[in-house]
Design a protein around this ligand. Sequence first.
Ligand SMILES: [Zn+2]
Length: 135
Amino acid sequence: MDPHGGTGAPSVGPLEQALHAARALVLADLVAREVAEADVVSLVEESVTHRRWWVEQWPEGAGFLAGLVAQDVQDALLERYGRWPLCPVCGSGDPHALEVQPELGPDPHWVCHKAGVKVAAVGALGRATGGAADS
Ligand SMILES: [Zn+2]
């Protein structure tokens, strides 16, 4: 019994917190690129479910979840919608998608392999795509 509600926090462990964070970051990028429709959100949920299993097997990978979920969603979108997220850096040439780097590591970023530049951290795409004068 804990009448103050202070110590009886729900059992949300660090892995679940990492999953929530990864989900929020990828959703933020989807919203930034205006593809966060209901069925797209369900792709994120599918990835999070899969990665929950994955990170339970390998808790040390918790810091890699955002990059992994981003790649899962990118792959799923490629099959159903096409390339995502399109590179906002290269003004000409074939439209191409950004890639997550590192593929399996902490602090993932969206990278344009053509220009060889980091475009934004995963979760910060909205700040990178509107141009400096946006707002
Ligand atoms: Zn590019």
